[in-house]
Ligand binder design. Sequence first.
Ligand code: EPZ
Length: 421
Amino acid sequence: MLSYVIEGNCKIEGTVKASGSKNAALPIIATAILNPEPVTFYNIPDIEDTRITLKILKMLGCKITTDSGKIVISSKYMHNKTIPKELMHKLRSTVILAGAILGRFKEATFSYPGGCNIGKRPIDLHLKAFKDLGVEIEEKEDYIHCRAKKEMIGAKIRLDFPSVGATENIILASVYCKGVTHIINAAKEPEIQDLAKCLNKMGARIYGAGTSRITICGVNKLHKADYKIMNDRIETGTLLCAAAITGGTVKVENANPEYLLNVLYKLKEMGCDIKIGRNTITLKSPKQLHSVNIETTPYPGFPTDMQPIIGAVLTKAEGTSIIKENIFENRFKYALDLKKMGANIKINEKENTIEITGKTKLKGETVSSADLRGGAALVLAGLSAEGKTRVENIEYILRGYENLENKLQKLGANIKIEKVV
Ligand code: EPZ
């Protein structure tokens, strides 16, 4: 088990570069299954989630060469259409690969990706959409077998909820469909716009990504292409919040303010001074942070992935803040560890809200990551706490943040990884 050991009372100061986006990388890597021609991706973060995804593509028969952030993939001789359940369970977002396999081969076999610590995370919207595209689905011995009856025909697909993964899966599965596919109530996240830009560069015809109505006109083939993926907006928000919680100042480069507007508004409302550059965001923390209320909603609302992170910062704010989580049913685990560090937090499970009353000087403790973003929240709490904090189970954090401890060390943090046998 790996832990972070953090000396508190630090002030995050300096300039740092954001890495490529985890949540753009995963669906964009999946496009390599759809496209039999060689594809080259740049700015792919070297994190556990991308490593596992590339391992699955290799297991499916893809040829992959990597060279510090540049990845070349050829699926020309890909033969396997089944994602083994032990790999599906490792990483929930592998369900995205199913749409790409289905789109390319008109059949795919996979298992339920399983929930994770933030919620049940079903895939009913994905499966319903596949059926709309003419796919027969049979569940047998905890595998889901998808096969197109004859060919896959474009369809009008209305999503009950603007699911990011379901929107991505429909795009991947419908690129070669006969006719036109319309997604109504599509998710509008920037990662979906990045996926569409990447596929269109390969010769796909996708329109309206970033809006709630996306149109995919079927094409017969895709061609060789290279693509540089967007930077990670949630990592950017995390680094800005590291300065906010420690009373510091940070400039994040390779950052697109457009993709974090709602988070920046809230940080400003909390009293932070925010300066926007061409592709930089600078945050200067005030002497005293103010409390605010937060409601997570689909993009362009306040992102659920920033909810735990801003929750940690709000322990330092004067007054009472209320956070309402509307996307996942179990995303407040980190609050129990913040309470252990001395935070004054009331959790209302029925309402799926927490009430944070500050300001509190947290004290260093041994705490444990229960999920990716909750773990990041505990790291930020440790930076600002009195004394030493040990954050255990940081494998969750390493899944989604590239070299987080190096980035924070360069910004003045005393943080190191410790292997506990
Ligand atoms: C993506 O997950 C992100 N992951 C999540 O980031 C992010 O929190 C989430 O979108 C929302 O923005 C990746 O992109 C790899 P959803 P996804 O489908 O696609 C329910 C992180 O920390 N739902 O938009 O799984 C679901 O249970 C991760 O980087 C169904 O009910 O999210 C949830 O309550 C965490 N049925 C809500 O919709 C379905 O078929 C949003 O899920 C699909 C989803």
